[in-house]
Design a binder for this molecule. Structure first.
Ligand SMILES: Cc1cc2nc3c(=O)[nH]c(=O)nc-3n(C[C@H](O)[C@H](O)[C@H](O)COP(=O)(O)OP(=O)(O)OC[C@H]3O[C@@H](n4cnc5c(N)ncnc54)[C@H](O)[C@@H]3O)c2cc1C
Length: 488
């Protein structure tokens, strides 16, 4: 049984942003998540766009948090050494109806306070992005749009929160929440329980389920899956900006975008699904993505596709975020229905929700907080001189573990030793990029597993790809000769 002042359920970008903000106050804070790692929900599988804020309806919470959150991104990513780039975006239109939509988005953006928006003619847009479909009629130029590595931001937020005293309990699913006098008792499916003064629901696609356990105001959530192609890195990408098509009621539509690591992303489609955990990709879904991406980029080829993935949008029937105290439940707060632009909004949601919680508990600010130390320059970005110096100071920089992405043993070990360190092969992958390249970990996974085992003391055969039963090894020769299995 754990006892804490504040329990945050969900370690996605919302929960980790909130945890970091709350760690500035004098309080015991526990973040609990069902994943084997931080950010295993929508935060690990989205487009990675920091939206400027032209799409959200003025006056909505989406508009408020998007614009305020986007303004915080550059300095936040700088202070946490997280990859972020203001690459800009176009929203393209193909006919007179689309051009009307672009003008609506321009006006909406201006009333939301977005800077620099302007409508470009077909020729201006094609001059700036020559790989675009020549059939376009015009484009909305969005210079404030940016790209970020969403899960790397969540890892850094969690690390800084942990440095300031926040605890993390992973691999536990909250299945019941009960009122206990002034506070709450959350029970997990594995028989663990956490008693807390304040309960905070940041549970993404399960946010409505937890809300409905404690609130007098029932909510309905739709789970809307979006699938992607991720193309391999290339010295020159066909687009320097994110290219959107006109949005629809199902979302912002299929985009073609560079990523901060130099890949190209195509997706997502939008399909309502019954299971909030069903992150499968399907041939129909991917064909839909490719067909729509080809409308933006007629030359689109998936020859260099290195992986496909999907993420689940948590869409509330109210079509807006829900942030604040839970209706009918004293000492409970929530940030749910956080679909797009939830990544862009997270810094502002974390900040404002922390202020609400701190005020409700009369929390005092700490005199000093610890900042996350600057992350060393990744080996693949170092100059030859920097590489020589790195190997000189730590010979583990001389062992390349991932050849596709040029990730060294030193960096894999650093990822495991972080305040909320990696314990799975995918955890190392998302923190270092080992396994993110063309071979998708075919060569480096065994070595990564071995290093995790050395660093954590977890037996090699118990190391998983991504938690649960995703074991890499089914046993050792010695155990088979003895007639047993290592994973028993
Ligand atoms: C396809 C797609 C594309 C998107 N693109 C963008 C974009 O480009 N820009 C943008 O701004 N936004 C985008 N978004 C939205 C953005 O990804 C989300 O708004 C954001 O990641 C939500 O973060 P979260 O922390 O609220 O939820 P999540 O990241 O889903 O985190 C919720 C966490 O709660 C945990 N959890 C749930 N239930 C329980 C339980 N019962 N017990 C314990 N733990 C539990 C989960 O394991 C999970 O880790 C996109 C979303 C999708 C799906």
């Amino acid at each position: 049984m754990f006892d804490t002042d504040i329990l945050i359920v969900g370690s996605g970008i919302t929960g980790t942003a909130l945890a970091r903000e709350l760690s500035r106050y004098d309080a015991r804070i526990l973040v609990l998540d069902r994943g084997s790692d931080i950010a295993e929900g929508a935060t690990k599988a989205n487009s990675g766009i920091v939206h400027a804020g032209y799409d959200a309806v003025p006056g909505s919470l989406k508009a408020h948090y998007n614009v305020r959150g986007a303004a915080l991104f550059s300095s936040l990513c700088e202070s946490l050494s997280v990859p972020y780039r203001k690459c800009g975006a176009f929203v393209i239109g193909f006919d007179a109806k689309d051009l009307d939509t672009l003008y609506v988005l321009l006006q909406r953006g201006e009333s939301n306070g977005v800077k620099g928006l302007r409508i470009l003619s077909r020729d201006e847009a094609l001059r700036l992005e020559p790989s675009l479909n020549p059939d376009i009629a015009g484009a909305l130029d969005v210079p404030e749009s940016a790209i970020v590595s969403p899960y790397e931001l969540a890892f850094a937020l969690a690390d800084e929160a942990a440095l300031n005293g926040v605890s993390f309990l992973l691999g536990q699913t909250v299945t019941a929440v009960e009122k206990t006098g002034e506070g709450w008792l959350a029970r997990t499916g594995k028989g663990e329980s956490v008693s807390c003064k304040v309960f905070v629901n940041c549970a993404g696609s399960s946010g409505a389920d937890l809300h409905n356990l404690i609130s007098d105001f029932p909510l309905h959530m739709t789970h809307r899956r979006g699938q992607y192609y991720l193309l391999d890195r290339a010295p020159v990408l066909p687009f320097s900006r994110t290219i959107f098509q006109c949005p629809s009621v199902m979302g912002k539509g299929v985009l073609v975008s560079p990523t901060v690591h130099g890949n190209l992303l195509l997706g997502p489609n939008a399909e309502d699904i019954p299971d909030p955990l069903d992150t499968a990709t399907t041939s129909e879904g991917l064909s839909d993505v490719l067909e729509k991406a080809r409308r933006t980029w007629p030359g689109a080829s998936i020859r260099t596709n290195i992986t496909n993935f999907s993420g689940i949008r948590a869409h509330l029937s109210t079509d807006d975020f829900l942030v604040g105290p839970v209706s009918g439940a004293a000492n409970a707060f929530e940030a749910i229905g956080i679909e797009s632009p939830g990544l862009s909004s997270a810094p502002a949601v974390g900040l404002e929700l922390s202020e609400m919680i701190a005020a409700s508990m009369s929390l005092k600010r700490k005199n000093a907080v610890v900042s996350l130390p600057r992350r060393p320059v990744p080996f693949h970005e170092m100059t030859d001189e920097q590489r020589n110096a790195a190997v000189e100071s730590n010979p583990e920089y001389g062992n390349i573990v991932c050849r596709c992405e040029c990730v060294t043993e030193a960096e894999v070990r650093q990822a495991i030793r972080r305040p909320v360190g990696a314990k799975t092969i995918d955890g190392v992958k998302r923190r270092t990029r080992a396994g993110m390249g063309r071979c998708q970990g075919g060569f480096c996974s065994p070595r990564v597993a071995q290093i995790i085992s050395e660093e954590t003391g977890i037996p090699l055969a118990q190391i998983t790809k991504d938690g649960g039963d995703s074991y890499l090894l089914s046993g050792t020769l010695a155990s088979f000769l003895k007639g047993g299995s290592v994973n028993e």
